[in-house]
Design a protein. Structure first.
Length: 136
């Protein structure tokens, strides 16, 4: 299962970060999930939380919090970086784009030059945004 492997990678990476930062006990792990990544945030947080119970001692008690990473696009023609808001995408179109990111090219144009030729620079993937805890 894809989500399971992803959760495992998060736990491994969080453990390494905690050790690098010499944290004795991690209190919170903030996960950034890109809005174009079709993962149920609540379900994924629970999955990570579940795996933490059998993780290394220093991160076992951590709470998992998920924040949404906003999508960003870069125009290939004029190099402008823009968001969905800049491109004035409607609510329904936005939902379609979040479901199938390639749809962005159907519904969006570069707000600066009108080109449909742009790439997704942010909004995909999962990364650890922040780890907080206490040193002994
Ligand atoms: Zn442009």
């Amino acid at each position: 299962m894809h989500e399971w492997a992803l959760a495992e990678a998060v736990v491994t990476s969080a453990t390494e970060t905690a050790r690098q930062q010499k944290l004795a006990a991690v209190e919170e792990i903030v996960l950034n999930i890109g809005e174009l990544q079709s993962i149920d945030h609540e379900m994924f947080a629970e999955l990570v939380q579940g795996q933490l119970s059998s993780a290394a001692a220093e991160i076992r008690g951590a709470k998992v919090r998920v924040v949404k990473g906003e999508a960003a696009f870069e125009c290939q023609a004029c190099k402008k970086e823009f968001s969905e808001q800049d491109a004035k995408v409607g609510e329904e179109e936005r939902e379609a784009i979040h479901f199938v990111p390639e749809m962005a090219h159907v519904y969006m144009r570069c707000p600066a030059c009108g080109s449909p030729d742009f790439s997704i620079v942010r909004g995909r993937g999962v990364f650890i945004q922040e780890i907080t805890g206490r040193h002994d």
